[in-house]
Each structure stands twice: as structure tokens, then as C-alpha cells.
Design a protein around this ligand. Structure first.
Ligand code: BF8
Ligand code: SF4
Length: 619
């Protein structure tokens, strides 16, 4: 890899980190070389204390662990555990939002009034809850209760799966992978992967799909829909992004993590006159709240809050020397942050009882008393402005404007109230297909390069892109979320984007908001009377690294969408598991994975797949 990133701000701050003698993820990756070959192939197991065991991939050494598990079993078990962890992360986030809705409805969380009553009623109706003649509080209370039950085992299947076309649901039933309770699937996955339980790789992978579906159509969908109810459904919004959003003369705060419960309230708390006066007293001209990673996506989607960057920029924000506080909750927060902060004046403030960081200051966040805690945290940041060391400050000038906020509702509004114009464009071929491009950065790959190269190839070929997570942030930083980016698109897509004044890449939110993509895919399939697997769609995670991404990939193919992974998953130690995922799955579930590290070749796969689906649909 000649350069670590295509992002100029990132490269400048990597250089500054070197000058400041600060070690970053890229340095730690070098220190890890050579990475464990057994781990890369997925053939090591430490699920019991007869192990750890590993299978010799060359066939010269042991071909089973002490218990007799072979490479197929070990690889499939490891994959299932990764899916379970990813599904757990998304779904526990969803549970947190459901608990906040419950507290709000009971009048115990006064700082969280319901912002979108229309959506509350729509989602409640989906759950069969009577809305006529009832107060918002009553409806919210019943909905929160019903949603919390989705986590248990009582009902037999999840409510939101009913959005999927009947053909898909029948297939899930036939395969025995209709998700039951969200927690139940995660627990069952942990049970099955205990020593001596499920040893059949096909059976393990099917449970992986079921667990992942409980994420996509369960936990993630809950997180999205209930966040919209509580914090407002995103509408098209403009903002700026990249490290250049940090201000030399303001108290800079980075919100990093995932749950909007914390970030949303901080955005409002930062407008407090007393805090602003205190900031001015200390010589700052204001308080600049910026987002990072998915919580950044949450607050940019709803409030247009500036976005400082994606996954590989979290350390670099501190390296600017201009950040008073990094406020974190859960997920994708590098444990290195407090150590890096130690080289500057930055305070890392953890807030979730689930996520503590040695070296960070812990201020427990409490949704029952949210505004008060938010102000307390912000005060720490404001006070810290006085400790800023001017000689260490260097903020890169790079910043870019973007347009985001494409919730399903916003998309419908942009289309004039129905999906028909989009469906007509798909039928006529002016839009050939739709690609969901999602996921992380990974220091093994040049930051943002795969996202941007892949996406540019797609839009050139008239494929509309919907993006979430760190992939969407990569697009934002490179100007791909501006309507003008349509100039890079093929003639058909360009005309559609210009007509609607939208970018060729629609930012649909954080990673849990991939549920929005599922909802749109299901609605298009239902409108055409076909299965999702029949549609000209692809999914892709060009630079993925997290277990959440593994769950996402599994529920996307489980939902019938061909998915291209740009980084290699640890499954190659089992030919059978790799073959099932990249070929056999097509016959079983109507979709499969491809692994392609070269984004141009990956785009060719996507274009070919979409062309094939168009022919089958008679388009
Ligand atoms: O949930 S894309 S690095 S921030 S896992 Fe994490 Fe990956 Fe970013 Fe959000 Ni998603
Ligand atoms: Fe080894 Fe089997 Fe125990 Fe895994 S479960 S560590 S393969 S003995």
C-alpha cells in the first residue's frame, strides 16, 4: 500500500502524529505483522479448555481439534460467533432506544419528548396497536412494551419481517430461519457453538442467517424506527465534514460512538447560554460539537451537525491538538484513544456503563436525567479549553459540503410521495439498479479508496448508490454526496438526479439504518410483486472490519441481496464453508457473497449481477 489514505486531512494528521511521536492504528498494524495465519483462515478454536486447537491448513498436521471438530465446524462456529456478536451490538443499541421510548412514555425521561408523532402512529399501527382516540403517551407506552417483547421468546417471529415480501418470508419459514426473539437467536448461537453442540457447518451457517435476520429486521430496525420517533425522522439536510470542521477558536467536542440518546441531547445542551458564556470567558468564541463515525451520522442526519470523519480518523481528531473532549458511548471506539489523548490536552469521556476505557474519565449517562448529565460533560470540555497547548494545534483545512438525511420518508418525499418514479426509472433503465454500500475503514486497506473507487464505477454505470456508516462518510468527504456529483454518473442516473436535485449517492444514516435500505428493497419488491432476490440490487462492504459488518453481510444475503466483501473474511480455512457462502447459498437463499479486494473488479461484479437480474425480470 503506497499511501495509507486517499483523504488529504488523514494524511496530514498521520504525518503530524509521526512528528508528535504518537502511535496510530497503522503503526500497531505494522507491529502485528505477520498476523496469525490460522486466525486469518478461521481455523483456530478456543471454545473449550481442551484447546486451543488449530487445524493445519496444509494438511500435514492435525485435521481436527482435540474434540474431533474439523475445519468446517471450527470455521462455521467462529463465523456464527462473529454474527452473534454483531447482531448483539446492533440489537442492544436498539434495546437502549426502546428503553428510552418506554421511559419517555412513562414521563420518566422529560428530555426525550416524542418528536415524530406521525411515525409513532405508523409504527404502532404496524404492530397492531390501536392509535385512534389515544394519547401519544398511551400509544408510545404500548409500542415500547411490544418492541421490548421482540427481544424475548414469546411471540415466535418478529414484527418488522412482515415488511418483507411474502415469497421471502415463505422461504425463511421453509428453511427454518425465520427469526424468533432477537435475544433468543444470539443466545442460541452461543449455545450451538459451545463445545459439542452443533457441529454441522450448514446448520451453523443457517443459524447465522437467522441470527443476522434478527438484527436487520429486528434490532437494527428497532433502533432506526424508534430513533426517528424520539429524535425526529431525517429530512434532507446540508452540512460540512472532515477534520477541517474543527475550529481553532472554539471549544471542539467530538461525539463518537453509536447511540443517539447521548449525542442528540449533547447537540442541544451545547446551545445553553450559560455554557456558551463560560466558553467565551475562557477565550473561545463558541462550542463546536462535531460527530465521528455512526453517532456522527445520527446527528448529521437529523441536525446537520458537522462530521469530523470516519473510523480511521478518530485518533487523528485528537492529533489535531484542538479537541477539548471526545465523548464516547459504545462500539467502534478504539481503546487507544485515552493513550493518544495523553499526548495532548484532550479528555476522553466515557458515558456508557457497558463501555469503560482505562485512562478515560467516566461520567455515567442517565436518560432519566439526560440534559443535566449532558451539561456536566460539556462543562468539563469547556473548562479544558484553558489547557489547550497552542503549539500542538494544527487543524487541516480540508472540509467538504454534503447533503444527507435520506430516510425512507425523505426519499419518498423527494420522489413526490411514492416509489413509482424510482420504479419507473428502474424499468426504463435510466437507473439500472441500486447498490447499498456500507461499512467501515480497515487499516489493512488504503482508507476510503475502495469505497470511492467502487462507488464511482457504479454511478458511471447508472447504478444508484445508497450508503450508510463509514462508507457514507467517505463519500461525504469526497463530495459524492453533493447533487453536483451526478456529473460523474452515467447519462440515465445523471438525468434522474438532476431532475430531483439529489446526489447519486444517498446517505441513509448509520449502520443500524441499513434497515432503511431493507425497507426500501422490500417496498420495491412488493410493488413489483416479486421477491427481493429478483431485484437488480447489490450490497457491498468494501473496507469492512467489525463483527457488526459480518452480521450485516449475513442479513443482506439472507434477505436475498448479492453482497460483495472488499476485505477477506476468516473463512478460507474451510473449502466447504467458503463454497457455501460464495456459491451454494445462491440456491438456498437466492443470494451469495463474493470477495473482491480490487474495487474496480468488484464494481464489474456488481454491474454484471445487476444486468443479469434485469434480464431475468424482463427489463
Ligand atoms: O456501525 S461502519 S467502523 S462506526 S461498524 Fe463502526 Fe464500521 Fe464505522 Fe458504525 Ni458500522
Ligand atoms: Fe479444541 Fe474442540 Fe475445544 Fe475447540 S471445542 S478448543 S476444537 S477441543
Amino acid at each position: 500500500m503506497s499511501e495509507k489514505s486517499v483523504d488529504k486531512a488523514t494524511l496530514k494528521m498521520i504525518k503530524k502524529a509521526g512528528d508528535d511521536n504518537v502511535k496510530l492504528a497503522w503503526d500497531r498494524l505494522v507491529a502485528q505483522q505477520p498476523q496469525c495465519g490460522f486466525g486469518q483462515l478461521g481455523v483456530c478454536c478456543r471454545n473449550c479448555n481442551m484447546g486451543p486447537c488449530r487445524i493445519d491448513p496444509f494438511g500435514d498436521g492435525p485435521d481436527t481439534g482435540v474434540c474431533g471438530a474439523d475445519a468446517d465446524t471450527i470455521v462455521a462456529r467462529n463465523l456464527l460467533r462473529a454474527i452473534a456478536a454483531g447482531a448483539a451490538a446492533h440489537s442492544d443499541h436498539g434495546r437502549g432506544i426502546a428503553a428510552t421510548l418506554y421511559a419517555s412514555a412513562r414521563g420518566e425521561a422529560r428530555d426525550y419528548p416524542i418528536k415524530d408523532e406521525a411515525k409513532l402512529k405508523a409504527v404502532a399501527t404496524e404492530f397492531g396497536i390501536v392509535v385512534e382516540g389515544r394519547s401519544v403517551q398511551e400509544i408510545a407506552l404500548e409500542l415500547a412494551g411490544a418492541v421490548l417483547e421482540e427481544f424475548g421468546t414469546k411471540k415466535g417471529s418478529l414484527q418488522f419481517i412482515n415488511r418483507a415480501p411474502v415469497q421471502r418470508r415463505e422461504l425463511w419459514d421453509k428453511l427454518g430461519i425465520t427469526p424468533r426473539g432477537i435475544d433468543r437467536e444470539v443466545v442460541e448461537s452461543m449455545h450451538r457453538t459451545h463445545m459439542g453442540v452443533d457441529n454441522d457447518y450448514t446448520s451453523l451457517i443457517l443459524q447465522g442467517l437467522r441470527t443476522a435476520l434478527s438484527d436487520g429486521w429486528g434490532g437494527s430496525c428497532i433502533a432506526t424506527e424508534l430513533s426517528d420517533i424520539l429524535f425526529g425522522t431525517p429530512q434532507p439536510v446540508k452540512g460540512v465534514c472532515n477534520l477541517g470542521v474543527l475550529m481553532e477558536d472554539q471549544v471542539n467536542i467530538i461525539l463518537h460512538g453509536h447511540e443517539p440518546t447521548l449525542s442528540d441531547i449533547i447537540v442541544f445542551a451545547a446551545r445553553d447560554e450559560e455554557l456558551l458564556a463560560e466558553a467565551r470567558q475562557r477565550g473561545a468564541s463558541g462550542i463546536n460539537v462535531c460527530g465521528m463515525c455512526c453517532t456522527g451520522n445520527e446527528v448529521l442526519m437529523r441536525h446537520g451537525v458537522p462530521l469530523a470523519g470516519n473510523f480511521l480518523q478518530q485518533e487523528l481528531a485528537i492529533v489535531t491538538g484542538a479537541v477539548e473532549a471526545v465523548i464516547v458511548d459504545v462500539q467502534c471506539i478504539m481503546p487507544s484513544l485515552p493513550q493518544i489523548a495523553g499526548c495532548y490536552h484532550t479528555k476522553v469521556i466515557s458515558t456508557s456503563p457497558k463501555a469503560k476505557f482505562p485512562g478515560a474519565l467516566h461520567v455515567p449517562f442517565d436518560e432519566h436525567n439526560a440534559m443535566e448529565v449532558a451539561k456536566k460533560i460539556l462543562r468539563l470540555a469547556v473548562e479544558n479549553y484553558s489547557n489547550r497547548r497552542r503549539e500542538k494545534v494544527s487543524i487541516p483545512s480540508d472540509r467538504m459540503e454534503y447533503m444527507a438525511g435520506f430516510s425512507v420518508e425523505a426519499l419518498l418525499a423527494a420522489l413526490g410521495g411514492t416509489l413509482s418514479p424510482l420504479i419507473d426509472a428502474l424499468k426504463s433503465g435510466s437507473v439500472k439498479g441500486i447498490a447499498g454500500v456500507v461499512g467501515c475503514n480497515n487499516p489493512k486497506y488504503r482508507q476510503d479508496y475502495s469505497h470511492l473507487t467502487f462507488i464511482r464505477e457504479l454511478i458511471k454505470n447508472d447504478i444508484l448508490v445508497v450508503a450508510t456508516g463509514c462508507a457514507a462518510i467517505a463519500c461525504a468527504k469526497d463530495g459524492m454526496l453533493l447533487p453536483g456529483a451526478a456529473d460523474e454518473a452515467g447519462e440515465g442516473l445523471k438525468a434522474v438526479c438532476k431532475g430531483l436535485n439529489v446526489p447519486p449517492v444517498l446517505h441513509m444514516g448509520s449502520c443500524v439504518d441499513i434497515s432503511r435500505i431493507l425497507t426500501v428493497a422490500a417496498a420495491i419488491a412488493n410493488a413489483l410483486g416479486v421477491d427481493i432476490a429478483d431485484l437488480p440490487l447489490v450490497g457491498a462492504a468494501p473496507e469492512w472490519m467489525s463483527e457488526k459488518a459480518v452480521s450485516i453481510g449475513a442479513y443482506v444475503i439472507g434477505s436475498g441481496i448479492f453482497t460483495i466483501l472488499g476485505t477477506v473474511p476468516p473463512v478460507l480455512g474451510s473449502k466447504n464453508v467458503a463454497a457455501l457462502l460464495t456459491s451454494g447459498a445462491d440456491e438456498v437463499i437466492g443470494a451469495k457473497f463474493a470477495v473482491e479486494e480490487d474495487p474496480v473488479a468488484a464494481a464489474e461484479l456488481a454491474v454484471k449481477h445487476i444486468a443479469g437480474k434485469r434480464v431475468s425480470l424482463g427489463l
